[in-house]
Design a protein around this ligand. Structure first.
Ligand SMILES: [Mn+2]
Length: 369
């Protein structure tokens, strides 16, 4: 490795630890100082979110606090089996409560810790943030105007996942879980957010993965979380088969007549990035009959958050963004598709620019170019 590359690696690791160190005493103080800790994460939590809940829970226990994990009951009941199983494991150590339990048993001077999420509308808490004396956010997603208002946030950009952040934190607090499954979960969270080591891998991430394995994380178990369910994978591929290429650069899918989950829509969008393109935008019907939207890009040329904002009020980052469900009132699927293509066309080709900021015009490629 060249000296320059070595320095770069060193800098990333150093700045990560600097940030964590300057946050850890504050977090310890807040946990110690409150009467009750509540933990939460985004709705339909993924492996990174659940692993992070487990790790932050262990940190609370280290400070002799028994935290409650708050979930949305309906969301929780609908978790896919693999993630429900992960939660079962957490239930051996932590109490999981729903919003109603929380409402009926409010405790004064309580602390909310949100992991792997920072937007007000994405957690089960929705409008209950004022019930907490203090709120802590530990996350790796971009902030915007919907970010939960608090002074106590550790939001990092140059890191693979929330699981990685939590691994470094539990190490700093000298938390030693008796059950290595917590390490396996953290490794699973990292594998998910790095697409099994193919993106978002930083020098600290490599270190983190190897330290997790040394401490007993089982990489075979972690890998087993990524084997595909045949039926679901075929269903996602039926959606991918609907792809239309606009301007040679935008892979756009407007769904078929099947009903899709957000996760399946995201999988189709991720898959489209395997093809040469600027962006992938996938719209498919959810169980309410509206279209959920997932957008992806990997070259950094498309302002996805802005595009999603214009489409139907959304956000995210340049790699991954989404917007609110779109309801289209048309008689046939073909007409619904037409309407969505038109909306997207208007945005992509800049005829509709919302307020001031205009899109950079993407030059149309000729066939013989
Ligand atoms: Mn994450």
């Amino acid at each position: 490795m060249s000296n320059e590359a070595e320095n770069k690696n060193h800098n990333q690791i150093e700045s990560l630890h600097k940030k964590l160190n300057s946050f850890k005493d504050r977090l310890a103080f807040l946990i110690n100082d409150c009467n009750q800790v509540y933990l939460t994460t985004n709705l339909s939590p993924d492996y990174d979110a659940i692993a992070s809940l487990g790790a932050i829970g262990l940190i609370c226990k280290k400070f002799k606090k028994a935290p409650y994990i708050i979930v949305d009951q309906k969301d929780f009941d609908n978790l896919p089996n693999d993630r429900a199983d992960m939660f079962e494991k957490l239930k051996e150590k932590f109490v999981v409560i729903n919003k109603e339990d929380f409402e009926n048993n409010k405790v004064e001077n309580s602390l909310l810790i949100a992991v792997d999420v920072n937007k007000t509308f994405m957690t089960p808490m929705k409008n209950n943030y004022k019930d907490f004396e203090n709120i802590v956010i530990i996350d790796h997603h971009t902030e915007d105007e919907n970010t939960i208002k608090t002074k106590n946030k550790l939001i990092m950009k140059d890191v693979s996942s929330c699981s990685e952040m939590l691994f470094w934190l539990i190490k700093k607090y000298k938390v030693k879980p008796s059950d290595p499954i917590y390490y396996t979960y953290l490794l699973t969270g990292i594998e998910l957010d790095t697409n099994e080591g193919k993106k978002n891998v930083y020098p600290s991430t490599d270190l983190c993965r190897s330290e997790l394995k040394t401490r007993g994380a089982n990489d075979l178990v972690a890998a087993s979380y990524f084997s595909l369910d045949f039926e679901q994978d075929r269903k996602v591929h039926r959606l991918i088969d609907e792809t239309v290429w606009k301007n040679f650069r935008y892979g756009i899918i407007v769904g078929n007549n099947e009903e899709y989950t957000k996760e399946e829509i995201a999988k189709a969008a991720d898959y489209l990035l395997k093809y040469t393109c600027e962006a992938a935008i996938v719209c498919a019907k959810n169980k309410d009959g509206s279209y959920d939207v997932s957008a992806r890009s990997n070259r950094g040329n498309v302002d996805l958050p802005r595009l999603m904002q214009l489409l139907n009020g959304g956000g995210g980052n340049f790699n991954s963004a989404s917007c609110a469900p779109i309801f289209i009132d048309a008689d046939t699927l073909d007409k619904e598709k037409e309407e969505i293509y038109k909306k997207l066309d208007d945005i992509i080709y800049h005829r509709y620019t919302g307020k001031k900021k205009r899109y950079r015009v993407v030059r149309k490629k000729k066939k013989d170019e």
